[in-house]
Design a protein around this ligand. Structure first.
Ligand SMILES: Nc1nc2c(ncn2[C@@H]2O[C@H](COP(=O)(O)OP(=O)(O)OP(=O)(O)O)[C@@H](O)[C@H]2O)c(=O)[nH]1
Length: 167
């Protein structure tokens, strides 16, 4: 994984953060950081999705995520520069169990991902929703569902469900 993609949990600063009227090294303004966790079965494409969003390209190769990888992207919304901190979580139970309580702490939004070519990953969604419940995710936290790998058109598997409630 490209090192420039990995970020720490600390807020970082840039020259544009310098407050007007200061000499340049006093009281840098801090960007607000929004923590978004990305969850779903192993192999659905969470790493690719988050890497693509932050780096603008797909990773050259991927491996199963162990624990969590952090990626960050600054965006401007309504004139405010904010940081989106994506937590690319492990899909495999054995790689997530020691970390899972950290995923849900102070989270601002959740992205559920399934693989459109693997209907089992869609049928797993209730267990991911249940995990959110177990970690007392507040009902006003936004939840987004992503059906990934839609480029593999001929391999897309139909789901019998039209509606899924993510809470
Ligand atoms: N065709 C296609 N392949 C994809 C897409 N996204 C991911 N893949 C492939 O799917 C495989 C798994 O991708 P990852 O991003 O590692 O999956 P993950 O959900 O992060 O897996 P874990 O880390 O085990 O939880 C890789 O071989 C990717 O190249 C996509 O949008 N289209």
């Amino acid at each position: 994984m490209a090192s420039e993609m990995e970020s720490s949990l600390e807020a970082s600063f840039s020259s544009s953060d310098v407050l007007p009227g200061t000499s340049g090294f006093l009281s840098p303004a801090r960007s607000r950081i929004f923590k978004i966790i990305v969850i779903g079965d192993s192999n659905v494409g969470k790493t690719c999705l988050t890497f693509r969003f932050c780096a603008g390209r797909f990773p050259d190769r991927t491996e199963a995520t162990i624990g969590v990888d952090f990626r960050e992207r600054a965006v401007e919304i309504d004139g405010e520069r904010i940081k989106i901190q994506l937590w690319d979580t492990a899909g495999q139970e054995r790689f997530r169990k020691s970390m899972v309580q950290h995923y849900y702490r102070n989270v601002h939004a959740v992205v559920f991902v399934y693989d459109m070519t693997n209907v089992a990953s869609f049928h797993s969604l209730p267990s991911w929703i249940e995990e959110c419940k177990q970690h007392l995710l507040a009902s006003d936290i936004p939840r987004i569902l992503v059906g990934n790998k839609c480029d593999l058109r001929s391999a897309i598997q139909e789901t019998k469900t039209d509606v899924i409630i993510l809470m």
